[in-house]
Write a protein that binds this ligand. Structure first.
Ligand code: EPZ
Length: 429
């Protein structure tokens, strides 16, 4: 249980300029990829978030020299001193992307012993496609006692994913980068951070072609040199800030983003009647009138991102009319809407579909975040609501949003923290 709660007094339009941090989901793939190099790497534009800090601990425990400067958003990784291929459960369960260490260690030395990953409780989240890819590249893989044991010299091969998986695609890329021979990934995911990982690997001398399409061809290299690489801005933080601007009927310019990564969300906001103006590396979001209800169906990139479904559905609770939200990627990613019922939202949920009946007002209430993007959705709802909303378990939000309270406060939001006293440890005073 977090020892603090987040409070928001809503109804204030967000106005001004803000910036996007480096991407969480790209950073957690690029940092493990540095283990594939034969020389030190410097990774730039990294967000100062919990998931990045966990990876610093994991790589350090493996023996790498790691120096992360959060203020400079820069990380130096020298993998030449790595002397282990084991990531214990107490570390791997601290985040979802710890499973990228399997692909990276297999690619580096042909051995990996990594405890099961943690991550948001948004569904079953199996990883059989990852293991299938490792086996297709020549690894013996055993899943025993909450640990994945993978051993074998990586050989190029064909990987046919039975379903589109971002993590599976990334793990296969990591394992294949130094394999003997050519690997072809079929039915690969196409997210921007997969392209970003390919660009980082290629900057080290790897040969990855086709990232961003459903077929990725990797010609393994026996040597990879060091690189200095800057990760792309966070597509989901960009979208969350766009939604928050629209939700408060504000006027916000978000700098340092990539508008083409936002097309699915931009299209939906325009359909709602929100004004979205794309600039070279910025997006301006304004609202001049009420919001029309729209329907959302999450899809793999370039479809509407599942990670923006939760903040978007918060926005829809106050649209004019009924919206239907269908979550096709994860089985249990609508819990935030049940929390919003306390704030006056009118929602019916059946399996992975929500019918949201727009209301004219939400009201502040105590609510609990159940995962990272649910927390972001509750922040959006709190920014919209009349009165003050208390968000419990806000620690989830810190995993994926760098300095989000400061960014929102700079745009005029009334958002602050207060300690939470639980019955076992009453607050002092
Ligand atoms: C990544 O998760 C992201 N996490 C998620 O973001 C994101 O929601 C997801 O991709 C989809 O874009 C990171 O990048 C760290 P998947 P991942 O493998 O890799 C099923 C956030 O909020 N599946 O594309 O776990 C899986 O259960 C997080 O930033 C299998 O069945 O997603 C899901 O239903 C949440 N077998 C679907 O595929 C497998 O072997 C998509 O999962 C792998 C996945």
């Amino acid at each position: 249980m977090d020892n603090y709660k987040l409070l928001i007094t809503g109804g204030i339009p967000l106005v001004g300029e803000t910036y996007v941090s480096g991407g969480k989901n790209t950073s957690v793939a690029v940092i493990p990829a540095a283990l594939l190099s034969d020389e030190p790497c410097t990774i730039e534009n990294l967000p100062d978030i919990e998931d990045v800090r966990v990876l610093v601990d994991i790589l350090t425990a493996l023996g790498a020299q790691v120096n992360f400067d959060p203020a400079a958003r820069q990380m130096y990784v020298d993998p030449r001193t790595v002397n282990s291929f084991k990531v214990p459960f107490k570390q791997s369960q601290r985040m979802r992307a710890s499973y990228y260490l399997i692909g990276a260690l297999l690619g580096r030395c042909g051995h990996a012993e990594v405890g099961y990953p943690g991550g948001c409780a948004i569904g079953n989240r199996p990883m059989e496609q990852h293991l299938k890819a490792f086996r297709a590249l020549g690894a013996e893989v055993e899943d025993k006692g909450g640990v994945i044991y993978a051993n074998g010299r990586m050989l190029g091969g064909d990987v046919f994913f039975d379903k589109i998986t971002v993590g599976g695609t990334i793990n296969a890329m990591l394992a294949a980068a130094r394999a003997d021979g050519i690997t072809i990934l079929h039915n690969a995911a196409k997210e921007p951070h997969i392209v970003d990982l390919a660009n980082f690997l290629n900057s080290m001398g790897a040969r990855v072609k086709g990232a961003g399409t459903d077929t990725i061809r990797i010609t393994g290299q026996s040597f990879l040199h060091g690189s200095t690489y800057s990760v792309i801005p966070d597509q989901i933080e960009t979208g969350t800030l766009m939604i928050a601007a629209a939700a408060t009927r504000g006027d916000v310019t978000i700098r340092g983003c990539i508008p083409t990564h936002m097309e699915a969300l931009t299209a939906k906001l325009l359909e709602m009647g929100v004004q979205v103006s794309d600039m070279d590396d910025a997006i301006r979001v304004r609202t001049l009138r009420g919001h029309r209800a729209v329907n959302i169906k999450t899809q793999e990139y370039p479809g509407f991102p599942t990670d923006l479904q939760q903040p978007m559905s918060a926005l829809l609770t106050r649209a004019s009319g009924d919206s239907i939200v269908i979550e096709t990627i994860f089985e249990s990613r609508l819990k935030h809407l049940m929390e919003m019922r306390r704030m006056g939202a009118r929602v019916q949920i059946v399996d992975q579909t929500a019918l949201i009946e727009g209301v004219t007002e939400l009201y502040g209430a105590p609510v609990t975040a159940t995962d990272l993007r649910a927390g972001a959705a509750l922040v959006v709802a709190g920014l919209m609501a009349k009165g003050t909303t208390e968000i419990y378990e806000p620690g989830f939000i810190e995993r994926g949003y760098e300095h989000i309270e400061e960014k929102l406060r700079a745009l005029g939001a009334k958002i602050w923290r207060e300690p939470v006293c639980d019955h076992t440890d009453p607050c002092a005073g």
